[in-house]
Design a binder for this molecule. Sequence first.
Ligand SMILES: NC(=O)c1ccc[n+]([C@@H]2O[C@H](COP(=O)([O-])OP(=O)(O)OC[C@H]3O[C@@H](n4cnc5c(N)ncnc54)[C@H](O)[C@@H]3O)[C@@H](O)[C@H]2O)c1
Length: 371
Amino acid sequence: MTAPEEPQDPALTVHLHGSGGAIKGWVVVDTLVDGLAMGGTRMTAGVTEEEVAGLARDMTEKFTLAGLRIGGAKAGIVADGSDREETFRTFGRTVKPLLHGGIHLGIDMGVTPADRAVFFEEAKYDPRYRLGAPDMPIDWRTYYEPLIDATGHGVGVAAITALEASGRTGPAHVVVQGFGAVGRAVARFLEDRGHVVVGIADVQGTISADRLPVADLVAITDQFGAIDRTRLPQGVKLSAEPDAWLDVDADILILAAQKYALTAENTHRLRAGLVVEGANLASSAAAKEKVAASGAALVPGVIANIGGAASAALAVTRVVPFDLPAEARKAWVFDWVGDRVRQNTRDLLEIAASRAGNPLPELLAARRKER
Ligand SMILES: NC(=O)c1ccc[n+]([C@@H]2O[C@H](COP(=O)([O-])OP(=O)(O)OC[C@H]3O[C@@H](n4cnc5c(N)ncnc54)[C@H](O)[C@@H]3O)[C@@H](O)[C@H]2O)c1
């Protein structure tokens, strides 16, 4: 018989049709742990039930690997973002029983903190309070907003840990694909530790040089992660070819943009010996096989990019020492994320070195037993 935490099907799939208005979407609760689950809400014109279910499964894996006692969930709304106030009010009314019943829904692609405020308010949901759990002494935004770089921090820790495991010392050359919240934080993290960023890509293309000045590039990047091409530093090279970040000679490639950036079609161009996924599903299954066959190492997103999700889960499960002052609380969360990412990266690479094939199922099975 399958163990309760090894589900083949989601614990719960709710089809959303709206209450007091029409919407189309789903909430998939992949697993429940102690009656709790959480995940982000995605709103795109093309989101499907299958996509939401895949993302909910990813959340389960992240929490299992991190040792957090909460299940994985995800919500998807099929909409193009017009009339968002009405959409999120209807969404809030529709998912109200779920939010109050232990299914915490946050932000994902296409959904902003302002949208979250709308659906929380419409559902009269405040994550500070839950039946049977101690109250959070601070509000959600006060807790969560200072933790914006938690994901980038974890991705950086994964890169450094894998680099150390490979026996390499000295500055590594790094390419960062995607210069949004995650990409910028990783680039700063690695530069601060003496590594050299030689390539950065946004949706318009790739910028490269022997050494890119990260802070100067952050200063000319907008909130959507677009770098202003009219204000670039002297001496950088530019390419508008979509996958040019693959051709920059580097030791580490950080994937922090869209899903399936690495595919079976482009992986043969990979030059880095180490790939770290900052984005979810950043490489396809076939790409992962090709990376492994080439002898390069890959740290998957379910290990590396847990920072944002883990920060939220630590609060929902009330593990955070809320009595700490703001700076110390932030440091506590960053250390917690760093420790989990470091341990999982080390253990994954150890399994990978011991035998052929995908090492992740073995690590997941070990963590399931420990939880
Ligand atoms: N923010 C988080 O805490 C977090 C946590 C886990 C996973 N993720 C995932 O990581 C990815 C990055 O997150 P973010 O918050 O930094 O996003 P973001 O929207 O802030 O930035 C995305 C960046 O990727 C670039 N980009 C988009 N398409 C590209 C392409 N085809 N080629 C090159 N660059 C491209 C954009 O120009 C931008 O610089 C997303 O897929 C997100 O879902 C984010």
